[in-house]
Design a protein around this ligand. Structure first.
Ligand SMILES: Nc1ncnc2c1ncn2[C@@H]1O[C@H](COP(=O)(O)OP(=O)(O)OP(=O)(O)O)[C@@H](O)[C@H]1O
Ligand SMILES: [Mg+2]
Length: 340
């Protein structure tokens, strides 16, 4: 009897152990199947992600190349044109204190250092570009005002500066009156264009420092220009009013000057330590994408000090961060306007 019970227990034990073994094997298979499946899924996903990343990069590169190609062909015409005539660039933003004058003076001086012949045209009655390059208001005999009213030839108003390859047509407070004096004149938006196109063949670049308004002077400057640089300060309200400026540019393109291009948007007074600066940088890049210049102008003490010494940043402190960034910017402008 005892033996019989023992055998029965042994059978139960065997059966149980077999069931456990089967469950274990099913579990093992399930684990293996699930795992391999998830590995496969992961690999597939990873592959897709990689492809996406690659395609995105490819698209970016392709887009850049397309932009470059487009620019190359458009530039071919402009380049041939500028073998004879210099390129006229307005620095404009109706918002005050964004770095228009600092950019005009520093870019003009930097282009000069890079062996380009440059004429800086002060078109702001504040005359900051003139004083910033060392020509004080009482030294000015003939100015942009006289040139525009045809009281003198443009070449007679040109002054040589102490910066290499850089000439200046200065301005002072007289220029305030120009908007009233020209009010009854026919084709009053075309005066800059008629006057400065005659002297543009003597220079590689003509840089116009615009006033902080969208009045007749800015309209004239844009009508005479091949392109416009829009400086944007990395500060609160940076994008405010830009719509108006872009509309004005569009208006000029459709009525007076269909060749006017936006050369680019320049971020100025950037401070990498400030979250606001970085936010503005991201916002501007999101809105304007490829139109934003690679060079970003940092906030720099020497850039703020240079005008009070009547010197461009290149002469005042050539090794400063401000000077180096404007040289880099000038090189970017030269590269953008080169063929090949
Ligand atoms: N990158 C910079 N770092 C430090 N200070 C700067 C920088 N750029 C400009 N500034 C200073 O900021 C002030 C305003 O600059 P700027 O005169 O160039 O602006 P603006 O747009 O021409 O002004 P406005 O609209 O009055 O003509 C000036 O005191 C200038 O020295
Ligand atoms: Mg200014």
């Amino acid at each position: 009897m005892k033996l019989l019970r023992k055998i029965k227990n042994y059978r139960y034990f065997k059966l149980l152990s077999n069931i456990y073994l089967i469950i274990f094997i099913i579990f093992l298979f399930w684990i293996l199947f699930f795992d391999s499946n998830s590995i496969l899924v992961n690999l597939k996903l990873q592959k897709e992600i990689n492809q996406l990343i690659e395609r995105k990069i490819e698209l970016k590169v392709c887009k850049r190349e397309v932009i470059h190609e487009e620019r190359k062909w458009r530039n071919l015409y402009n380049w041939i044109h500028r073998r004879i005539m210099g390129k006229i660039i307005s620095i404009s933003n109706q918002k005050g204190g964004v770095g228009k004058t600092t950019t005009s003076v520093s870019l003009a001086a930097s282009l000069g250092v890079l062996e380009k012949k440059v004429l800086l045209i002060d078109a702001d009655p504040q005359g900051n570009a003139s004083s910033g390059i060392g020509i004080s208001s009482n030294e000015i005999n003939l100015s942009t005002y006289d040139v525009l009213l045809k009281k003198c030839e443009p070449k007679d108003a040109i002054i040589k500066t102490n910066s290499p390859n850089l000439d200046l047509i200065p301005a002072n407070i007289d220029l305030v009156a120009i908007e009233i004096e020209l009010i009854d004149m026919n084709e009053r938006e075309l005066i800059f264009s008629k006057v400065f196109k005659n002297i543009s063949n003597n220079y590689d670049f003509l840089i116009i420092d615009c006033p902080p308004s969208l009045g007749l002077i800015t309209l004239n400057a844009l009508t005479a220009s091949n392109s416009v640089i829009i400086p944007i300060q990395c500060e609160y309200y940076a994008l405010e009013g830009l719509g108006k400026l872009l509309n004005t540019i569009k208006g000029v393109q459709s009525v007076h000057n269909q060749d006017l291009e936006i050369e680019g948007v320049l971020l100025t007074m950037y401070d990498s330590r400030l979250r606001l600066s970085n936010q503005v940088k991201d916002d501007v890049k999101k809105h304007f994408g490829g139109m934003v210049f690679n060079t970003i102008i940092p906030r720099n003490v020497s850039l703020g000090e240079a005008p009070s010494y009547g010197e461009s940043i290149i002469v005042y402190n050539a090794t400063s961060k401000g000077s180096k960034s404007y040289i880099k910017f000038a090189q970017e402008i030269i590269n953008l306007n080169q063929i090949g």
